[in-house]
Design a protein around this ligand. Structure first.
Ligand SMILES: [Zn+2]
Length: 413
């Protein structure tokens, strides 16, 4: 594999610190050297990339990916329901689109096929299909059919402790990384659905116990405060939304802050609020978007004060918020949730590496770390919106290989 030296760059290293001038040497799939002082790195045998003052930063991590949700910027698909063959191909395309837009990792928040993401992850890891590093999720399940949740190609599980244990064990045996359960409903599914619990407590407890035994992660959709509490109590590692968390739920989340992650997924609410009238979104959907956003704008600052990791991304894949526009979340984190641009970037990179379970080797520009890197035209710590413009991603590297090589003008030594 090649040795590549990036010079004439500003380095945003993912920690949240201000960018600094330096050089970075990539050897094989890892970052071999990072230099912040004026002494040039040894460049013998290396391909040289002259960044022309652009910013080198870690690849972003989508914390709440639904690659099998069908719409992307490359192709809008007006249904989530189709035969599995078409659906899997669309899912594979969406993985590539995600990487095209600077997301070199994706933590899945649920699939519409039980084995879609196993097949996809293995193809990507083998280097045979383009896509981000992927933590593969189970189908997104709650008991029975929930209106508003796209129908998956596979059945989930039966009710009760034994059925839940068997389901979690089966997911682990399939080779999934994470099981997603809908612990609460959602107002987008049914009126007041966000306050309805989908499971009995003993079922959630059984899921937690079996997940620990089987060595698989748990993620949950949790809107109601009671759902958040169940999730935290029984060992769910990733808690999505949490919009109605109360003081007790916040205390529980804080007590487990070293182990858990929260991703509010406010992109969908913003997409509904800002959708072009031609989408003819139901008025109620837009009103619910405002309601969720109001709740999240109060909640997230509290989560942050308590030191809980809140990550951008989530629920992209509808026609009005297609996959590929995921970097919008960073902008909402800055304008609506009180993050500075550098903090939003840190959440998408350093904490992203941590949600992937790879915090000791992913998400930073640091010696020894995996070479998942972006070269960005401009300073994203000044303006995160530039990350929404694909043309400003001058180079996308995953695992030391170019997904998008820098233009020839940058490679003249
Ligand atoms: Zn979701």
């Amino acid at each position: 594999m090649a040795t590549i030296l990036f010079t004439n760059i500003a380095i945003f290293d993912g920690t949240g610190a201000a960018p600094y001038r330096g050089e970075v040497l990539v050897d094989g799939n890892r970052i071999a050297k990072v230099n912040a002082d004026a002494t040039p790195l040894d460049r013998r045998g290396a391909d040289i990339v002259d960044g022309g003052g652009a910013t080198l930063m870690p690849g972003m991590v989508e914390a709440h990916a639904h690659l099998s949700w069908t719409s992307s910027v490359d192709r809008i698909v007006n249904t989530q329901t189709m035969p599995p063959e078409e659906h899997l191909l669309i899912t594979a395309r969406n993985a590539r689109v995600t990487l095209d837009h600077g997301f070199t990792s994706a933590y899945s928040a649920g699939s519409l096929g039980a084995r879609f993401e196993i097949a996809l992850r293995n193809e990507i890891d083998g280097g045979w299909l383009p896509g981000p590093r992927l933590k593969a999720s189970s189908i997104e399940r709650a008991p029975g059919v929930i209106f508003g949740v796209p129908q998956a190609h596979d059945e989930g599980h039966g009710r009760g402790v034994a059925a839940m244990r068997a389901y979690i064990k089966g997911c682990a045996e399939l080779g999934l990384d994470s099981v997603k359960l809908l612990l609460s409903g959602d107002d987008n599914f049914t009126p007041n659905g966000s306050q309805e619990l989908a499971y009995e407590e003993d079922e959630v407890e059984a899921a937690g116990a079996q997940a620990r035994e089987s060595g698989i992660w748990l993620a949950c959709h949790a809107q109601a405060a009671a759902a958040v509490k169940l999730g935290v109590r029984y060992g769910f590692r990733v808690l999505y939304h949490c919009s109605y968390a109360d003081e007790e739920a916040l205390d529980l989340l804080e007590a487990k802050k070293a182990e858990i992650f929260v991703a509010p997924a406010i992109g969908l609410a913003n997409a509904a609020i800002n959708a072009d009238p031609s989408f003819r979104l139901p008025k109620a959907l837009v009103e619910r978007g405002h309601r969720i956003l109001d709740l999240q704008m109060k909640l997230v600052p509290q989560l942050r004060r308590r030191g809980i990791r809140v990550l951008p991304g989530g629920d992209y894949g509808f026609p009005h918020n297609p996959i590929g526009t995921n970097a919008k979340d960073l902008h909402w984190f800055v304008t609506q949730l009180g993050y500075s641009p550098a903090e939003a970037l840190m959440a998408a990179t350093k904490w992203g590496g941590e949600i992937m379970g790879m915090g000791d080797e992913l998400g930073l520009v640091k010696e020894g770390y995996l070479a998942d890197l972006l070269l960005v035209d401009g300073d994203p710590t000044d303006d995160v919106t530039i990350l929404q413009d694909r043309a400003r991603l001058l180079m996308i590297m995953k695992d030391g290989k170019y997904h998008k090589a820098p233009a020839a003008s940058h490679t003249a030594a």
